[in-house]
Write a protein that binds this ligand. Structure first.
Ligand code: SF4
Ligand code: SF4
Ligand code: SF4
Length: 247
C-alpha cells in the first residue's frame, strides 16, 4: 500500500475516476423523481443510483474508516475540486467561526432534518443529485475563499464523521523515524513553498507527520509520501494501547 501511495499519479487518477463516477450518478439521477411517498420508498430499493450511493458507497466508506482509516478521503473527488479552487482562489485563513466546527454542526442539521427527513434525498434520485451538486459547488466556492484544504478540515461533514470512525481503525499514517525529521532541514512535508503543488504538496490539513498521534484529521491524501525526499512516511498498524486518547 505504501508503494502505491508513493506513486506519482496513482491516487490522483483514482480521484478523477471517482469524479467521473459521481458526475455519471448525478446525470442518471436527474429527472427521476416522484411526489408519491410510497413510490419513493420503492425507488429507494430499486433505483441503481440510490442503491450505489446509499446502500453500497455510504456503508462501505464507514466500514473502511472503522477498519483502516480515512481511505475514502484518499480518493475523494471533492478534495480534487477543493485543490483546484484553493489554488486559484483568495487563500484567506479560516476564521474562528470555521474553527469552532459550528458550520459542520449546521451542515449535519440541514442534511438530517431538511435533506433526509423533509425532502427524502435518500429516496428520490433527482433530489440526491441536487444534493451532490450542491456539495460540489459549496466545496468549490468555499475553496475559492479559504486557503488550502479548509473545506476538508473545518467544513466537510463526511470527512468529520469518517475522522471520528477512524479513531478506532487499525492503521494510521506516521513517520518511520522521528530522528530523521528532527535533522531534516527542508521539511518538505510542511514547507509553505509546496502548499499548492499538484503532487508532493505539503500537508494542507495543517498536520506535521512527525507529531501526529491518532490520525483523526489526516485524510490519507498521500501527499507527504511524495513530498518527503527521505522516504520517511509510512502507513502502519496503530499502537492499540493509546490510539483513543492521543492526538
Ligand atoms: S474531508 Fe470531505 S471533501 Fe475532504 S477528502 Fe474527506 S470526504 Fe472528501
Ligand atoms: S516527514 Fe520527511 S520531509 Fe517531513 S520532516 Fe520528516 S523527513 Fe523531513
Ligand atoms: S499527513 Fe497531511 S499530507 Fe500526509 S497524508 Fe495526512 S493529510 Fe495528507
Amino acid at each position: 500500500m505504501n508503494n502505491l501511495f508513493k506513486k506519482k499519479y496513482f491516487l490522483i487518477l483514482i480521484q478523477f475516476f471517482t469524479l467521473i463516477s459521481f458526475v455519471f450518478l448525478i446525470y442518471v439521477s436527474i429527472g427521476i423523481t416522484t411526489k408519491d411517498p410510497a413510490f419513493a420508498k420503492i425507488l429507494r430499493n430499486t433505483n441503481l443510483a440510490n442503491l450505489i450511493v446509499w446502500s453500497y458507497w455510504w456503508p462501505l466508506i464507514i466500514a473502511i474508516s472503522i477498519l483502516f482509516g480515512r481511505f475514502w478521503c484518499s480518493i475523494c473527488p471533492m478534495e480534487l475540486v477543493v485543490f483546484i479552487g484553493s489554488k486559484i482562489g483568495l487563500k484567506n485563513k479560516p476564521n474562528k467561526f470555521l474553527k469552532s466546527h459550528w458550520l459542520i454542526t449546521l451542515f449535519y442539521f440541514l442534511i438530517l432534518i431538511v435533506g433526509i427527513h423533509t425532502f427524502q434525498i435518500h429516496r428520490i434520485p433527482q433530489l440526491m443529485a441536487i444534493y451532490l451538486i450542491f456539495l460540489f459547488i459549496f466545496a468549490f466556492v468555499s475553496s475559492l475563499i479559504w486557503e488550502k484544504r479548509t473545506f476538508c478540515t473545518y467544513i466537510c461533514p463526511i470527512g468529520h464523521l469518517l475522522g471520528f470512525y477512524s479513531l478506532i481503525s487499525l492503521k494510521k499514517l506516521s513517520v518511520k523515524d522521528k530522528n530523521i525529521c528532527e535533522k531534516c532541514n527542508v521539511k518538505d512535508c510542511i514547507n509553505k513553498k509546496n502548499d499548492y503543488k499538484l503532487i508532493g504538496r505539503s500537508c494542507t490539513s495543517e498536520i506535521y507527520p512527525a507529531k501526529m498521534k491518532n490520525g483523526k484529521d489526516c485524510i490519507l491524501c498521500g501527499q507527504c509520501h511524495k513530498s518527503c525526499k527521505k522516504d520517511n512516511i509510512i502507513i502502519k498498524n496503530k499502537n492499540r494501547s493509546n490510539y483513543l486518547f492521543s492526538r
